[in-house]
Design a protein around this ligand. Structure first.
Ligand SMILES: [Zn+2]
Length: 412
């Protein structure tokens, strides 16, 4: 195992995190949308660091930055390491970026110590994971996995600019997107290090964990209809108050969610009509999000929630309709890679903890074609997508050591 004392170069990592965070559209937080002048500047900087780390750098047909560190065995399949360089609006400086910078750092340590593994390594800075600009997801990693669709080019941003046009504006030919797809046979596997974006590692007082997989998701819109009326004249017992009915339904969602260990369920959006202090709510529209690493659990719980909401609606003489607007199955990390990461955690005197990711990652797209492993690094209060997002230098150092030693075990 390469010990922490041999790999300590935290100053370089901190400097790179700071330098990249300065490339932002907004003063507050980090805002770096894809196919913009900020993303181009970030790509140039990351390319420069990759070259410093001994890699040959190219941009693929979807503007993913790819740095390659050659191995000793010709034709050996490549180990991919990556995460994303785009952000949400007013994001923090760790989400996505930390995985790219520590990937580069891991290779730079090999390079500076004259270590040349059997297999080549490629570090990838994906162009668009968050999908903030075009309301898409995983554009860069889906292109590499061969799952980018022609119709993705027609996605538009808030100014009506299509993805195809945005690509042309930075000198790219969008019709060539298929060239970004990689042959799965040429890839050994994919590793991604990412901040946890949740509070579990902080609660367990541990720097890092393995990731068992990425939760599947159902997103629904719902509509509860009753009867509006005068807030002063209609007795409470005679009302068909859509909001009171919805409140009872939300309680049922929470109660059902608590019965499944792997399930999270959230009602995060409500619109109340007509929305006046002196009118009984006649209509509520809302949105609900369900996630679980176990697809059957998610499906069973969703069915129970819908049935229970229907019973509540019937009892209160309301109508209740659900519409499924998005669904994605759970993605499981490779048990082989999970085992390796867990053994590395133990070597670092940590529990072999494996967490479920409730958030999406580029690993979701790449796991469709090759074995995938993920490492989580603790972040303060589980906060992400926020300027106050924070990971400590100590945790970043441990994360780097876990990543590097995992790489060495996979490709030694
Ligand atoms: Zn991310």
């Amino acid at each position: 195992m390469l010990g922490l004392s041999q790999i300590r170069n935290i100053d370089r990592i901190v400097r790179r995190l700071d330098d990249l965070s300065k490339i932002s559209l907004t003063e507050r937080g980090v805002t770096r949308l894809s196919f913009t002048k900020e993303s181009e500047e970030a790509n140039r900087l990351v390319s420069h660091w990759m070259e410093e780390a001994g890699m040959i750098v190219r941009r693929d047909a979807l503007n993913n930055v790819v740095g390659r560190y050659e191995g000793t065995q010709e034709e050996a399949p490549v180990l991919l390491i990556g995460s994303h360089l785009d952000t949400v609006v007013e994001a923090g400086k760790y989400d996505g970026i930390l995985g790219v910078i520590l990937g580069i750092e891991a290779v730079q340590i090999l390079h500076e110590n004259g270590i040349c593994p059997k297999h080549p390594i490629e570090v990838i800075g994906f162009c668009d994971e968050e999908g903030t600009r075009f309301h898409t997801t995983l554009l860069g990693s889906r292109a590499i996995a061969g799952n980018f669709l022609q119709k993705d080019l027609e996605a538009v941003d808030k100014d009506g600019v299509t993805l195809a046009k945005a690509m042309r504006e930075i000198g790219m030919d969008p019709t060539l997107y298929r060239l970004a797809a990689r042959d799965p046979n040429s890839i050994l596997g994919y590793l991604e290090l990412h901040i946890e974006q949740g509070p579990v590692l902080e609660k367990k007082n541990q720097s890092c964990s393995a990731v068992s997989g990425i939760a599947g998701q159902s997103r629904l819109e719902f509509r509860v209809e009753g009867a509006a009326g005068h807030a002063g004249t209609v007795p409470v017992a005679m009302r068909q108050d859509a909001l009171v009915g919805t409140a009872e339904m939300i309680q049922a969602v929470e109660r059902i969610a608590l019965q499944y260990e792997s399930l999270v369920a959230t009602v995060g959006k409500l619109k109340v009509y007509p929305g006046a202090s002196n009118v009984i709510p006649g209509l509520v529209e809302g949105a609900m999000d369900l996630r679980s690493i176990d697809d059957t659990t998610r499906e069973v719980a969703l069915k129970r929630i819908q049935e229970e909401c229907q019973q509540i609606a019937n009892r209160r003489k309301l109508t209740c309709e659900f519409q499924l607007v998005f669904e994605s199955p759970a993605v499981h990390c490779s048990s082989h890679f999970i085992g390796i990461i867990e053994s590395v955690l133990e070597e670092h005197h940590m529990d072999p903890l494996r967490l479920v990711s409730g958030a999406g990652h580029d690993a979701m797209a790449i796991a469709k074609i090759v074995d995938t492993g993920m490492i989580f690094v603790r972040c303060k209060e589980g906060l992400s997508h926020h300027p106050d997002e924070f990971a400590s230098q100590e945790d970043i150092e441990v994360g780097l050591s876990v990543l590097l030693n995992t790489i060495l075990k996979i490709i030694a």
